[in-house]
Design a protein. Sequence first.
Length: 254
Amino acid sequence: MPDSPPRPQATDSWAFFLDIDGTLIELAERPDAVRTNPAVVQLLAGLRAASGGAVALISGRPLAAVDSLFTPLRLPVAGLHGIERRDALGKVHNYSFAEAPLRREAGRLAAFAAQHAGLIFEDKGLALALHYRQAPNLRNVVHQKAAEVAVELGEEFELLQGKMVIEIKPGGRNKGAAIEEFLCEAPFRGRIPAFVGDDATDEYGFTVVNRLGGHSVKVGPGESAARWRLADAVAVSDWLTRCVEQMHESGDAA
């Protein structure tokens, strides 16, 4: 991993936007095998308190799945790459699109995955995903099948590539757009955004945060628009812990 410049000192003027898988928690072979360390939940609670509530989770997982990972916390969340979003007041905003075509393709993709050992089909409700982490040799087969499904669905839908996964989702929504929406609302409005993520799907967020003069942090190796780097989820927790300390220190100094 290339060296990155020293990260700036966190202040209580920051707003934190955090990816989950591969960022706050380590990746697992299956999306349903992920477990959250209670220390991470406690850390997020401390970060929320130190930042005046300006913490949001930005994930490809549905809202309900995010809540189950971080119970009893109930943070602002952009789920499914922003297709559904819960603001700081608890109001849920859903992106409207024709769901019937996606439901038809869900059955076809489930059958396709069942025919190939190692493939995992994940029905997220408003998006569909094929995971090939356990069968990396099937990458080209998976991408070809996803492309065929995308053609069937038409221009309203798009493909989104991640780490050993490809998703089929409504177009026009991404993590960057979700971050911008949060920044128009309290308690995020007027703050400096800091976004931490590890995957290609997080590049949308990095681009937005960079444009707004914020702090973009890439977790792990690989090319990225992010301005800073952290090695892994452990390093993320260590850095966020230090951010909490810095915000307390800046508050005490004031």
